[in-house]
Design a binder for this molecule. Structure first.
Ligand code: NDP
Length: 277
């Protein structure tokens, strides 16, 4: 049922450092550098996205930068995230190289891609990148509750985001609770299960009730939990479909049904193989 009153405040979420993150972003993992990536980024911006998620490890920062510029959307209207590849030694120097590839003066969010070598060593370099004005906000990715508990007491500038695998099937409530207690916004990567959850019968039933698509239901579930979602697609029509999230609402019953799909037992665990350790 359309509910236009639900929308404006759902489109952005305030972070603990006072910045705002758009709750819908385009992810570009596994999008090869070149026209495919440039087009996806430009289409997303043309279709109203204001948030792009890339990483040093994705090898496509140049193409993201080209797509940003080709869109003609002013820089200050776009929220750009990149991620520190933690096999490198110096996050601040690595961000300067990212900025050159992206053709930008700053990113909105810079996060440690995974806690390689432990959760604390890279943080002083992240803080230097922040102090230099090269990253407006800093955060982490693939950090569990233990990792956050180790990092937080050492931080001068606390992390404001933890980007993790999160969807109804990976409803990691213990991690969500820890993030909430520590002023960290949990951000959902692989919100469609890298495509796997699109075949879910439970999701399809709910989608039918609302005359929506399974992708829209999965993404809307994140939005209604106050969680930014960053679906990936290189198809213009899917990029458009994934943005139609702010003109309908799931019922309490739908949300409960989706919450019950959780396979993490409400813990902080990801369901994927711990590829980052
Ligand atoms: P998603 O969960 O976003 O799913 C993407 C897959 O679903 C693709 O195969 C895509 O195909 C397909 N798809 C997208 N929209 C639709 C649609 N409306 N209908 C049918 N199929 C659709 O996958 P990702 O794992 O890529 O996660 C999203 C983003 O999260 C990444 O791109 C990356 O930015 C981030 N991420 C971060 C990680 C980290 O370690 N921090 C790890 C993993 C992801 P197609 O492109 O062909 O349309």
């Amino acid at each position: 049922m359309p509910d236009s009153t639900s929308t404006a405040e759902e489109r952005v979420r305030e972070l603990a450092d006072g910045s705002s993150i758009p709750t819908l972003g385009l992810g570009v993992w596994q999008v090869p550098s070149g026209p495919e990536c440039e087009h996806a980024v430009r289409w997303a911006l043309e279709l109203g996205y204001r948030h792009i998620d890339t990483a040093q490890a994705y090898g496509n920062e140049e193409s993201v930068g080209l797509g940003l510029r080709e869109s003609g959307v002013p820089r200050e209207e776009i929220f750009v995230t990149t991620k520190f590849f933690p096999k490198h030694k110096d996050p601040a120097a690595a961000l300067e190289a990212s900025l050159r590839r992206l053709g930008l003066d700053y990113v909105d969010l810079y996060i440690i891609h995974w806690p390689a070598g432990g959760p604390t060593w890279a943080w002083p370099g992240m803080e230097r990148a922040h102090d230099a004005g090269h990253a407006r906000s800093i955060g982490v990715s693939n950090f569990g509750v233990d990792d956050l508990e180790q990092l937080l007491p050492t931080a001068t500038v606390p992390p404001v985001v933890d980007q993790v695998q999160f969807s109804p099937y990976e409803y990691r409530q213990a991690l969500l609770d820890s993030c909430r207690q520590n002023g960290i916004a949990l951000e959902a990567y692989s919100p469609l299960g890298t495509g796997r959850h699109l075949g879910s019968e439970a999701v399809a039933r709910i989608a039918q009730r609302h005359e929506r698509t399974p992708a829209q239901v999965l993404l809307r579930w994140g939005i209604e939990h106050g969680i930014p979602v960053i679906p990936k697609s290189t198809h213009r029509e899917r990029i458009a479909e994934n943005a139609q999230l702010f003109d309908f609402r799931l019922s309490d019953e739908d949300i409960a049904e989706l919450d019950a799909l959780d396979r993490t037992g409400g813990t902080d665990r990801a369901l994927e193989h711990k590829w980052w350790s």
